[in-house]
Write a protein that binds this ligand. Structure first.
Ligand code: GLU
Length: 406
């Protein structure tokens, strides 16, 4: 008898395009190719030394090698509560917070705990690759509300309203957004939350990029808007992006006890807890002592400079348009007016073919917009040095200079 996979589940999911592009870029670089990696949604900075020191100081202790409470260590629970009060302006009881294996872990637990077959989950496109797959894995159906570059990737409330049906069980918000970098003002988020008031619809608010904002943009947290909003919102965030701690894999979740209890049960059966030593480092980061803040501010200043550079270089390429992102570390290049195209006699049909060519021939790694339900676009990450970005855009400018209409 032939061995088989569980087909329905595996048909619901595909490999993460962001991780795939990044892995391919790294593999090419390992073979000696001069790869410029603008695909990774990962800080190019090391974890700040003060956070490493905090972990190093305790790593010999037995507790750092043992299971922790599935919710997290007492230290991390307290640090998460303080952070959520300080920055989200929401007071959470210790029973309403949970540390997870990365922010992806928090999303997975929340989606699995709260939706299932027959349920619809509203997503705003372009959306981060993983949301739709996690929704399908849970057996639920993604319902997509499209946003447009021309509108700064702000949502149409009429389109949002039209997407809500009696099957809607969840809405996923992500401001600042991956892949567009768009940040939604408080008024927009409030309008969305007001539309949901009194319904039985959960909200996941993915705020992982909350600290990486530019040009005076103010981040707002939906759970802080009202008792109704707090009661339906699961906040997810973490330490990966702002503190350059991607590989430590610690996420933060907070929400009403009904949701968090269920997430805790799932975590206890799946991964037990986030890594003990990583929780210690995360607690140190979240407390934001002066040394942590100095490091975070330094990284944010570097991203702000690079963001300007990328926008200038991108907009200098004929036919390429880009929204100035309010946050995160991505610029979403709209190259739709240049596609389909032809270069060296070969047709380039769409953004998927384009991203493939850019990597294979120019050794510039980006991510195709289609991976985020944003066809005709390329995501460029500026979590890369100015030198890498400049070299990358030299190659991109040359490529687009050679691209004719098909
Ligand atoms: N979130 C990052 C990205 O979008 C990391 C990779 C991933 O988990 O998708 O590139």
């Amino acid at each position: 008898m032939a061995l088989t996979l569980h087909t329905p589940r595996m048909n619901a999911v595909k490999p993460s395009a962001t991780l795939a592009m990044s892995a391919k870029a790294k593999a090419l670089a390992k073979q000696g190719a001069p790869v410029l990696n603008l695909s990774a949604g990962e800080p190019d900075f090391p974890t700040p030394a003060c956070i490493l020191d905090a972990a190093r100081a305790v790593m010999g202790q037995r507790a750092q090698h043992a299971y922790t409470n599935p919710r997290g260590t007492d230290d991390l629970i307290a640090a998460m509560q303080q952070k959520l009060l300080r920055e989200q302006n929401v007071q959470y009881d210790a029973t309403e917070v949970l540390s997870t294996v990365g922010t992806k872990g928090a999303l997975m637990l929340a989606i699995d705990a709260l939706v299932g077959p027959g349920d619809e989950v509203v997503l705003f496109a372009p959306y981060w690759v993983t949301y739709a797959d996690l929704v399908r894995l849970a057996g639920a159906t993604p319902v997509v509300v499209h946003t447009r570059r021309e509108d700064g990737y702000q949502p149409s409330l009429a389109a949002f309203d039209a997407a809500i049906t009696d099957k809607t069980k969840m809405v996923i918000l992500n401001s600042p957004n991956n892949p567009t970098g768009a940040g939604w003002p408080e008024a927009t988020l409030r309008a969305i939350m007001n539309r949901l008031a009194g319904t039985d619809v959960w909200v996941i608010s993915d705020e992982i990029y909350e600290k990486l904002v530019y040009d005076g943009f103010t981040h707002a947290s939906p759970a802080s808007f009202s008792d109704d909003a707090r009661g339906r919102t699961v906040y997810v965030g973490g330490v990966a992006k702002a503190y350059a701690m991607t590989g430590w894999r610690v996420g933060v979740a907070a929400g009403p006890k009904l949701a968090v209890d269920a997430m805790l049960t799932l975590q206890g059966q799946r991964t037990t807890c986030a890594t003990a030593l990583a929780q210690t480092a995360a607690a140190y980061a979240l407390r934001e002592s002066d040394d942590v803040m100095a490091a975070v501010d330094g990284m944010r200043a570097a991203y702000a400079k690079r963001r300007k550079l990328v926008l200038e270089r991108a907009r200098a390429i004929p036919g390429v348009q880009a929204h100035a992102p309010e946050g995160a570390f991505y610029v979403f290049l709209d190259v739709g007016s240049r596609l389909p195209g032809r270069r060296n006699g070969e047709r380039i049909a769409d953004d998927v073919a384009l991203a493939g060519r850019l990597l294979d021939e120019l050794h510039v790694a980006t991510v195709m917009g289609s991976a985020f339900d944003g066809p005709g676009c390329l995501r460029v990450s500026y979590a890369a040095s100015e030198d890498t970005l400049n070299q990358g855009f030299d190659r991109l400018a040359k490529f687009f200079g050679e691209l004719t209409s098909a």
